[in-house]
Design a protein around this ligand. Structure first.
Ligand code: RFL
Ligand code: PHB
Length: 394
């Protein structure tokens, strides 16, 4: 099989790339390891940056998001018995949209299929050959047979555990990693969200986050040790712990049916560079951020905007300069977002191995940030998203 761009992975990165390329007449084939039902059911990200939402709308895949997404003008930070409103709209003139990643994925899959795009489900990429040649080839297994997909360019959008990063020649890339001494236990529950905005809670019992997917679906997280066994956390224990950390009876936390329970380990990870020859990494395949800043999916979209621009120039004008600049353009944003995600994480979580000094310092930091319009403005700029320049893509 031959195509212009072989895309490995049908998460937000791979699907959006295929969609943007299609709008400029560039052909791609997406390989996807799992079934369509699996892809569409997984609960992951919930918060979309202002310009990411705008990009979806302006490229014709934001119609349902406009109807069902929840526009938030800010977030709440709760610590030491008080709740502070961080009003993004007031601070930087834009907010965020709460709309599940799996809904974005559903909308993009529907749009690609409606436009006659090719997504091969249950097609597992095994390896990439001839990465530095003019026609790299993805070898994949589909319907029990090994097949080959040849292209001018391969986009590795196959997430953290995919094969693309591992296909880069030994010695060509450097990785940077930090692990954290905690994880998130998350639940999706059929219950009214405790508040109209997200509440990030710093407490002496550990971090908690009160988020949502709709007016009747709550998405809630508590910090737990990374080696936690979910079997030790029956629903009532999770609710008790959420209530204890929120420590605000006036909010009336509603205990509904728990539909899903999951554990997310926290890590920061970056691959440099993100391109070798004709293989480009985008999204979680190249980097991971801890979820506290709500940045993973947004960063995947930002990579794709750079990759799409480089590919437009290549296929429309034979101009390869974008191949050279892709990695640096992505990494400029990635390291800023790494810092923001690390900062939100370390400011809000409780490290049991830290000194009593550090716990007191953390509260000082939270007061310092929430009492400074300058600091809050920086938080708002980062949370709602650094500039994406979507104009050239629509
Ligand atoms: P994905 O979504 O992991 O998609 C990768 C795709 O590649 C496929 N694949 C393969 N296909 C063929 N052959 C192979 N060998 C393959 N190996 C893998 C997979 O099946 C899949 O289709 O990566 P992508 O597109 O880079 O997207 C990244 C985001 O998914 C991720 O960063 C976010 O979910 C992170 N994240 C959040 N991001 C936000 O922007 N805002 C948030 O509020 C937010 N909250 C979160 C999060 C992630 C979480 N978890 C579960 C890690 C909350 C949580 C709990
Ligand atoms: C979510 O709703 O899943 C969510 C929201 C904010 C985060 C992380 C996850 O920082």
């Amino acid at each position: 099989m031959d195509t212009q761009v072989a895309i490995i992975g049908a998460g937000p990165a791979g699907l959006l790339l295929s969609h943007l390329l299609h709008r400029r007449g560039i052909e791609s084939v997406i390989l996807r390891r799992h079934t369509r039902a699996y892809v569409e059911a997984r609960v992951r990200a919930g918060v979309m940056e202002h310009e990411v939402a705008e990009l979806l709308v302006r490229t014709g895949v934001g119609e349902r998001m406009l109807r069902e997404g929840l526009r938030h003008r800010g977030i709440k930070l709760r610590f030491a018995g008080r709740t502070v409103h961080v009003d993004f709209q007031d601070l930087v003139g834009r907010g965020v949209v709460v709309y599940g990643q799996q809904e974005v994925v559903k909308d993009l899959i529907a749009a690609r299929l409606a436009a006659g795009g090719t997504i091969l489900f249950e097609a597992e990429a095994l390896r990439i050959e001839d990465v530095t040649g003019e026609r790299p080839t993805v070898v994949f297994r589909h319907n029990g047979r090994e097949e080959r997909l040849r292209a001018a360019v391969v986009a590795g959008c196959d997430g953290f555990h995919g094969i693309s990063r591992k296909s880069m020649p030994e010695g060509a890339v450097t990785t940077y990693e930090r692990r954290y001494p905690y994880a998130w236990l998350g639940i999706l529950a059929r219950s009214r969200p405790v508040h109209e905005e997200l509440i990030y809670v710093h407490s002496e019992h550990g971090f908690a986050l009160f988020s949502m997917r709709s007016p009747t679906l709550s998405r809630l997280y508590i910090q737990v040790p990374p080696d936690t066994d979910l079997a030790d956390w029956p629903d009532e224990r999770v609710w008790d712990e959420l209530e204890r950390r929120l420590d605000d009876p006036s909010l009336g936390l509603e205990r509904g049916e728990v539909l899903q329970k999951d554990l997310t380990v926290m890590r920061s990870f970056v691959t440099e560079p993100m391109r070798v020859g004709r293989l480009f990494l985008a999204g979680d395949a190249a980097h991971i951020v801890p979820p506290t800043g709500a940045k993973g999916m947004n960063l995947a979209v930002a990579d794709v905007t750079h990759l799409a621009r480089a590919l437009f120039a290549f296929f429309e004008r034979g101009d390869e300069r974008g191949f050279e600049t892709y990695s640096d353009l992505c990494l400029d944003r990635i390291w800023k977002v790494q810092h923001f995600s690390w900062w939100m994480t370390t400011m809000l979580h409780r490290d049991e191995d830290a000194l009593p000094f550090d716990h007191r310092r953390q509260l000082g930091e939270l007061r310092s940030v929430t009492e400074s319009r300058g600091a809050l403005t920086w938080l708002a700029e980062n949370y709602t998203g650094l500039p994406l320049n979507v104009d050239e893509l629509v």
